[in-house]
Structures are given as structure tokens and as C-alpha cells.
Design a binder for this molecule. Sequence first.
Ligand code: 8DG
Length: 138
Amino acid sequence: MSDTRRHTEVAVGILIRQDGALLLSTRPEGKAYAGYWEFPGGKIEAGETVAEALQRELVEELGVTIGEAYEWKVTEHDYPHALVRLHWCKVFEWCGEFEMREGQQMAWQTFPLTVSPVLPGAYPVLDWLEAEQGVTGA
Ligand SMILES: Nc1nc2c([nH]c(=O)n2[C@H]2C[C@H](O)[C@@H](COP(=O)(O)OP(=O)(O)OP(=O)(O)O)O2)c(=O)[nH]1
């Protein structure tokens, strides 16, 4: 076989505020692509559903408890460090105060984004979100 790498399954949250702004945060020091902007989330652990993993990650990273996670898209990206399968969920409700528990920065963003660089694995989803906003006028 030419590529025996397994996919790393990742749950990613698109937190959408009432005004349509999306939450992005930076990747902490010590991780691949440290300092790049991304949607919050992380690897799904054995036995977890996508929603469970996302709920756990957002408490760990941001200190917020999310309501329902609506699974929206699945994408893949082949990085030098990992072949990832990204399970993208839209989230409209959460509670708690945002606390950057891993020393990240956060920003609520609308299009065009004012932060960069963004993780390449998020590009397709940003394009879809931007197209949707164009349609809804959000
Ligand atoms: N959270 C997140 N990960 C993304 C996005 N786009 C993208 O390609 N990824 C990739 C980068 C990483 O290879 C992978 C997420 O893994 P991670 O290392 O951040 O996950 P984790 O927080 O569970 O990390 P760890 O410390 O437990 O190893 O998904 C995105 O927008 N958000």
C-alpha cells in the first residue's frame, strides 16, 4: 500500500453568534501550526461521538458548555503531521464565559476575515460559510 496512514478524526465547532459572527482562535504553542487561526475543536477520543468530543474540547479550550451541535460537513486534509477527517458542526447556543485556557487568542469574525493565517484544513468550510452568508444576507 502506498499510504498506510489512518485518518485522525477531529470534531470542529463553528460557533455562530446571533449577528452571524464566527468564533476563531489561535492554535496554542507546542502544537503543529502554532499561532494559526482555526475553529475550536480537537481529536475525537475512543468511544466518543462527534458532539461529545466537541463538548469536551470546548470546555477544555474555551471554558464554555455548548448546546446542540448540528453536524454539517465532513472534509479531509492531508498535512505532513497527520491525515485528518474534520467533522464540522454548527453551534448556536453555549453558556459560560470565554476563557482562553490554553493561552490562545480569540476573535469573532465576519467576511472578509481580518485574522491570518488560517489553517489550510479550514479553507473549504470558510468558502461555504461565506457563500451561505451571501445567500442569507447575514
Ligand atoms: N480544531 C481545529 N482543527 C483543525 C481545523 N482545521 C484543521 O485542519 N484542523 C486539524 C489540525 C489538527 O491536525 C487537527 C486537530 O487536532 P489538534 O491537535 O488541534 O487536536 P487536540 O486539541 O485534540 O490536540 P492534542 O493536544 O490532544 O493532541 O485538525 C480547525 O479549523 N479547527
